[in-house]
Structures are given as C-alpha cells and as structure tokens.
Ligand binder design. Structure first.
Ligand code: GTP
Ligand code: MG
Length: 275
C-alpha cells in the first residue's frame, strides 16, 4: 500500500530539517515506525544530513525543486506501507497562495494524498491587532485610507484549507474523515518557557484561535491531529558548529510534542497517524 503525504509549509518552517531527521529516525529502527526492506538513498536530504552531522544548520531548498522520496516503512505489528515524503522550496506554496492558482501537479497531490500536514512555525505565529488591542479611529494614529489591507496569517491558513477542501471535494456539510489533517507546530523549542510545557492544542488555541476553531469545526475528531515538533531540539547556526551535535549525533536531538503535551524523541510518531 502506498500512502502519500501532502506536506504544506511555506519557506523556513523546517520542512527539510524535519525530513532529514525523520529519515534518520526511520533508519535507526528504534521508533514506532522503521524502514523495512532496502534502505533508500539519503537523497534529497543528503545536504541537510551532512550539515547536521557537522553541527550546522542547512541552507534553504531551491525554490523550483519538488522531489518525492518513497520510504518503505513498517510498524512493530508488521503493517507495511510506502510513505511518499516530499521536499520542496516553500516559495512554491507562497506563490500558490498569493497568485490563487493551483498548478496541475499540486491539484493531483491534493487529491491523491492520504493525509495533509500543515506545518506552522508556531513561535512566529501571533494574533494580529484587532479592535481591542488597537482601537480604530484617530487614537490609533492612522490616517483614514492609508493603511493597506493584508490578510492575517490565520486567515491565510484558513483560506488555504478551504481552498484545498474545495479542490478535494470534501464538502462542508459533514465533517471531514479523509484526508487526515495534522497541524504540525514546528520549531517548538522557540516558544516562550511558559508555553513549552503546554499541550499543542492549547498553544494553537492561544496563538491561532481562528485556525483552531476552523479545523475543530470541519474535521472529525479522529481525523484531526495537532502536534508539536522540534526537529532539531534547539537552534543551530549555519556558521558556528554545535559541538554537542557532532559528539552525540543528530539522532540524539529533536522531539515531537504529543497531544497530551509530553515530549517524545521518536519523531516517527508524527507520521504514525498516516499509516
Ligand atoms: N530552533 C529550531 N530551528 C529549526 C528547527 N527546524 C529547523 N530549524 C531552522 O529553521 C530554518 C528553516 O528550516 P528548513 O528546514 O530549511 O525550512 P524549509 O521549510 O525547508 O524552508 P525552504 O527550504 O525555504 O522551503 C533553518 O535555519 C533551521 O535551522 C527546530 O526544530 N528548531
Ligand atoms: Mg527546505
């Protein structure tokens, strides 16, 4: 059985570093999911793996690239499948959102994927000003008509999801069972200390309440997952090597935050829902 995942994330959310770390964990064969059969090549995550082994952060993915890796994975109960995992330059998704045009290849991906993962760098997500935090009128210092309108980050995510639901023809009368939706809140280690120990749904609710309300209203509870992810476990520089990474290896770093708020170093738990 082949299960492909539609990974949706704009530039800089951590798609490539997660892909490289996930591949490492699958090959390590110590987690819930493991590689079975012939070990696939490291391509296209070779450069990221090499950087991480040197304790460095890797460069961005070229904007025109879209590659899929096919990973034969299995669990402890003997269930097997081919996980098709993409990596691409996140500008492609930004262009889709701003041009409001879905290329044919993307339409096919939206329709054939067993699951959608929306990756959001949660530390960067904030509520924008509203009438309570920034009153309208002269007190706000705005001259009427001068402020240019831009859609909020939350509205952008909801808009994208609505559009994909339309393309997939999920309908909106009944809550969605397929595709499974995972909101993956990435770079979890960047959150302020007060939020790091919270459950991912709690953090989503306080940082992106509209997205939270939209997905809760539109997906069946069993088909909706919200998880935290720190693929690297800590920030890495692209100049100064992290000696700990070199000594202990990238496989000793990174964790997922499960729905109850517990951290688990088994990154394969993030994709178990799709198997
Ligand atoms: N603190 C922290 N930084 C991270 C983590 N994962 C990735 N990063 C950093 O985030 C930046 C972007 O990561 P990438 O994996 O290149 O992001 P991407 O989504 O592939 O971006 P594009 O290739 O441009 O689409 C890099 O500087 C990484 O070092 C993490 O778990 N924690
Ligand atoms: Mg990338």
């Amino acid at each position: 059985m082949t299960r492909s995942v539609l990974l949706l994330g704009e530039s800089d959310v951590g798609k490539s570093h997660f892909g490289a770390q996930l591949l490492g964990r699958l090959n390590q064969e110590a987690g819930a999911l493991r590689m079975v059969g012939a070990a696939p090549t490291l391509q296209p995550f070779e450069a990221v793996v090499a950087s991480l082994n040197r304790g460095l952060s890797a460069p961005h993915t070229s904007r025109d690239l879209y590659v899929e890796s096919c990973w034969p994975v299995g669990d402890r109960d003997g269930n097997r499948m081919d996980l098709v995992w993409p990596d691409y330059g996140g500008e492609q998704l930004s262009t889709i959102k701003t041009d409001r045009r879905l290329p044919r290849a993307w339409t096919e991906r939206v329709n054939s994927a067993s699951g959608w993962i929306v990756m959001i760098r949660i530390g960067n997500a904030q509520l924008s000003d509203d009438v309570f935090s920034r009153p309208l009128g002269p007190a706000s210092g705005d001259v009427a008509g001068e402020r240019t309108f831009s859609i909020s980050q939350q509205a952008g995510i909801v808009d994208l999801l609505q559009w994909l639901m339309f393309v997939r023809r999920t309908g909106s009368l009944a809550r969605v069972a397929e595709p499974i939706l995972l909101l993956l809140l990435s770079c979890w280690d960047e959150l302020p200390p007060a939020q790091i120990a919270s459950a991912p749904r709690q953090v989503l609710l306080s940082r992106l309440p509209m997205v939270s309300a939209f997905v809760e209203a539109n997906w069946l509870p069993g088909s909706l997952h919200v998880m935290g992810l720190s693929a690297l476990g800590r920030p890495l520089s692209d100049q100064v090597a992290d000696e700990d990474y070199i000594d202990r290896g990238p496989e000793s770093f990174g964790y997922v935050v499960l729905e109850d708020g517990c951290q688990d170093p088994d990154l394969t738990l993030a994709v178990r829902a799709f198997t």
